[in-house]
Structure formats: C-alpha cells, structure tokens
Design a protein around this ligand. Sequence first.
Ligand SMILES: [Zn+2]
Length: 53
Amino acid sequence: MRKFYTTEGNTASKKRKEAYPILALCEKCVTQYIVINEGERTYDECAKCGADD
Ligand SMILES: [Zn+2]
C-alpha cells in the first residue's frame, strides 16, 4: 500500500506541480524525499520503484 505525499521538488520552479509534486510512494522510497504533507492511501504503484503489491 502506498500513500500520496506532497514532496519538495524543484522549489525554484514557479509551477506548483514541479515545486511540490504529489507522488504515490511506498514506505521505503518516501524516506528519500522531503515530505511536506501526507495524503490518502492508494493502490497506485510507487512513483519511484514501481512497487504495486
Ligand atoms: Zn517505492
């Protein structure tokens, strides 16, 4: 099970989607990101490693 996380991306970007991308991440991969906000749980695959179990 993954969760949606609002993460810190390219903060120099004026586009909110690039500055603070919302990604579906597994527990393992989320540790590699700076998390701004934690969202809903999801069955989407992990945006980083592709885990979908
Ligand atoms: Zn992952």
